[in-house]
Design a protein. Structure first.
Length: 146
């Protein structure tokens, strides 16, 4: 996937005119991550994977991603803690929670923790793609949570 940036907004790192969209996938389900990586790479994305919240948080701290896809239920720390920590460290990358927790109060909790979007498992890959495109478009325009 190639993105054209029309300029960097406040708080957004400037991108080159042509750049590959980079996604961080934080999920401990290795079968799911293999499937998602395959599908996203076929769509032209560059995908980095972390299977724990700790490693995902570290990767998000040292690399630039357009979108982070984050599971709630992780082996070392839950996705909510990862999300809150990233926001506390002023990392404004768009975060899509991708989780089996589907109760309305779970969605509310995830969004209030700092996630930009919330998608429940099982899901349609086409919907995940649409949501990633919507979130990455926001970042290209410099829109971020304050």
């Amino acid at each position: 996937m190639t993105c054209r940036s029309l300029g960097a907004g406040a708080g957004t790192a400037a991108r080159t005119e042509e750049s590959t969209m980079r996604i961080l996938l934080i999920d401990d389900d290795q079968k799911l991550t293999r499937s998602l990586v395959k599908g996203l790479e076929e769509e032209g994305f560059v995908v980095d994977v972390a299977h724990t919240g700790g490693s995902g948080g570290e990767m998000a701290s040292v690399n630039h991603y357009e979108v982070i896809v984050l599971d709630w239920l992780l082996p070392d720390r839950d996705g909510l803690a990862v999300c809150r920590d990233l926001r506390a460290r002023r990392i404004w990358t768009s975060i899509l929670m991708l989780t089996a927790r589907d109760a309305p109060e779970d969605r509310e909790t995830g969004l209030n923790a700092g996630a930009d979007d919330y998608l429940t498992k099982p899901f349609a890959f086409s919907e995940l793609l649409a949501r990633i495109h919507a979130l990455s478009g926001r970042q290209a325009w410099g829109v971020r949570r304050c």
